[in-house]
Design a binder for this molecule. Structure first.
Ligand code: DC
Length: 245
């Protein structure tokens, strides 16, 4: 259990009001803290937490695993259309917050490997891959009571979301966070290499033709460089409350 689960942190907001925002979209660049924010927000609201990045990661892992070149758009797109990607409640207490299954195989940790990090931006820029993933994401999102995280949730997947947050931070701060995570895992990580890879991913994610990373016009932009996750969560909960009045 992590240290943030103490005190009033896990207290849930009661579902008394039916006009609470029911679809919450959180977008932002890699390592902006959006997944942590979304997971905690979902717990507080008793909503489903759905991190759409895992779907693009799963397709990337499948391609690498099957020896399919990630530059082969047709083959990767076919793979994404056939793959059964499932996100389920965690089956193990090893730090995971959900299980990621592809065709029944547990790949929760495999999709976090550096080779997936290095190739997922290319895969997620393919139009056919995005169409396949977006259809599935929309179906889940439109059921409501969901906090959905990604790059294009507020702009493309769920443009009618009740509340849209765009969580940002400078590339240096985000690379620093990723570097600390890797060191904590005992990896021999280079800050410079992580910074360079992060810049590259930002560039691909924000300049691709289909659903580029950018804030929706009606998104609330939160800059998290100097804010702790607790402060970001409180700010977001204030927005949720203000939307429900
Ligand atoms: O959030 P993440 O690092 O797990 O996302 C992995 C990749 O997937 C990242 O390169 C951007 C892409 N992605 C996307 O294009 N659209 C989404 N809704 C979610 C992720």
């Amino acid at each position: 259990m992590n240290s943030n689960d103490q005190g009033g942190w896990t207290e849930r907001i009661p579902w008394v009001l039916t006009d609470y925002p029911s679809i919450i979209a959180i977008d932002g660049p890699a390592a902006s803290g959006k997944s942590t924010l979304a997971e905690r927000l979902a717990r507080r609201l008793d909503f489903l937490y759905f991190d759409t990045g895992v779907m693009y990661r799963a397709v990337t892992w499948l391609a690498l695993d099957q020896g399919i070149s990630v530059d082969d758009e047709r083959a990767v797109t076919r793979l994404s259309q056939k793959a059964q990607i499932d996100v389920q409640p965690p089956s193990r207490k090893d730090g995971r917050v959900y299980d990621v299954l592809v065709d029944g195989e547990d790949i929760t940790w495999e999709i976090r490997r550096p080779e997936v990090d290095a190739n997922v931006s290319v895969v997620s820029a393919f139009r056919g891959v995005r169409e396949a993933m977006t259809t599935q994401q929309r179906r889940i999102g439109q059921r409501g009571q969901v906090v959905m995280v990604g790059r294009d949730i507020g702009t493309v997947v769920l443009p009618d979301a009740d509340l849209k947050i765009y969580l940002d931070a400078s590339v240096e701060e985000r690379a620093h966070r990723r570097w600390k995570e890797r060191l904590a895992l005992g990896e021999d990580a280079s800050f410079e290499a992580i910074l360079e890879a992060m810049r590259r991913r930002d560039q691909i994610d924000s300049t691709r033709d289909v659903a580029p990373l950018r804030p929706a016009e009606d998104a609330v932009i939160i800059e998290s460089d100097t804010l702790s996750i607790e402060k970001v969560l409180e700010a977001t909960l204030d927005l949720v409350r203000s939307k429900s009045q």
